[in-house]
Design a protein around this ligand. Structure first.
Ligand SMILES: C[S@@+](CC[C@H](N)C(=O)[O-])C[C@H]1O[C@@H](n2cnc3c(N)ncnc32)[C@H](O)[C@@H]1O
Length: 310
């Protein structure tokens, strides 16, 4: 199934979909370091540039569209305005691409979007209302949305994300992927012989282990069996109430980039050609591969039942 990936990052969605048998033929991201990692791991041609600079003709026809797009607020005008309301946002760009394909009689049969859990409540529900209005009313899709937790799909990380799954064919019946028993815990994913730089110095330790302050007050806990959500700003080393720290050989350390990769479902063959700071950002931004694959398999089942899988 020919698949196009927008906002590809390092390709968590792309990898999961490839593992489920999809053929990713075109990808885009504007972050040169993310694209460096993507190119080190995929054969897929990825265009390095702002999506807004890409002409509609540059995107090949495809059956499935993937987009893990950044969440942005829409105007407060009212969700009835659809396209007009979302103009200028990155979601609008996705809608515009689908619209152009639709006009050419080449509407993607399925569209899979991923975003933060709070997308559904963002801007008091308006953001989601605009998105669903455009997908269902303006672009004619049958839409499903769900929040999936990575810990339900085999990786020991609590990571709740909204997935939107759309089908052009209204006969489609989609079942969210079922949860599997978590067989590995964070300690099972840890590397041994970890370089000194990942261990916390005596100077920084009290700050890291202190409970949060103000609005971010939370209990400082380390050695969690299921990791807290990896975030794009991990390189800054947040306190232990927001970030993941483990004890090894009697000393406390942060996770290594490889451990972050494992917590996002990237196996050890996945190359990490960038600095630690970039790697933390990239794995913090990624879609968990296991979740992507689980969704991809269910989308494939649905398309097969419709006779639209090719
Ligand atoms: C949440 S991450 C995507 C994760 C990815 N889809 C995955 O499956 O792992 C969002 C990505 O959007 C990219 N991005 C943000 N604005 C962009 C733009 N204007 N043009 C192209 N890419 C953009 C960022 O560089 C980032 O890699």
């Amino acid at each position: 199934m020919k698949t196009v990936s927008l906002f590809s990052g390092i390709g968590g969605l792309d990898l999961g979909f490839e593992q489920a048998g999809y053929d990713v033929i075109w990808a885009n991201d504007w972050d040169k370091f993310a694209v460096q990692t993507y190119r080190a791991n995929f054969e897929v041609p990825i265009t390095l540039c702002d999506i807004n600079a890409i002409g509609m003709g540059a995107i090949p026809d495809h059956g499935v569209l993937l987009g893990g797009f950044p969440c942005q607020p829409f105007s407060m005008m009212g969700s009835e305005r659809g396209f007009e309301d979302a103009r200028g946002t990155l979601f609008f760009k996705i809608a515009e691409i689908i619209h152009a394909k639709l006009a050419a009689g080449k509407q993607p049969r399925a569209v899979i979007l991923e975003n933060v859990r709070s997308l559904r409540t963002h801007n008091r529900g308006r953001t989601f209302a605009v998105i669903s209005g455009i997908l269902e009313r303006d672009l004619g899709y049958k839409m499903y949305s769900m929040v999936l937790n990575s810990a339900d799909y085999g990786v020991p990380q609590t990571r709740n994300r909204t997935f939107i799954v759309c089908f052009a064919n209204h006969q489609a019946v989609f079942h969210p992927p079922g949860a599997v028993t978590l067989e590995r815990r964070l300690p099972d994913l840890l590397e041994t012989n970890v370089p000194e730089k990942y261990f916390l110095s005596a100077r920084i330790l009290p700050t890291i282990l202190s409970n949060g302050t103000g609005g971010y007050c939370a209990k400082s806990e380390i050695d969690l069996p299921v990791a807290r959500p990896l975030c794009a700003t991990m390189a800054k080393m947040h306190r232990a109430c927001q970030d993941n720290y483990v004890t090894q050989n009697g000393r406390i350390r942060r996770l290594t980039p490889r451990e972050c990769a494992r917590l996002q479902g990237f196996d050890d063959a996945f190359k990490i050609p960038v600095s630690d700071a970039q790697a933390y950002k990239q794995f913090g931004n990624a879609v968990t591969v296991n979740v992507a694959k689980a969704v991809a398999l269910e989308v494939k089942n649905t398309l097969q039942a419709l006779g639209e899988w090719q």
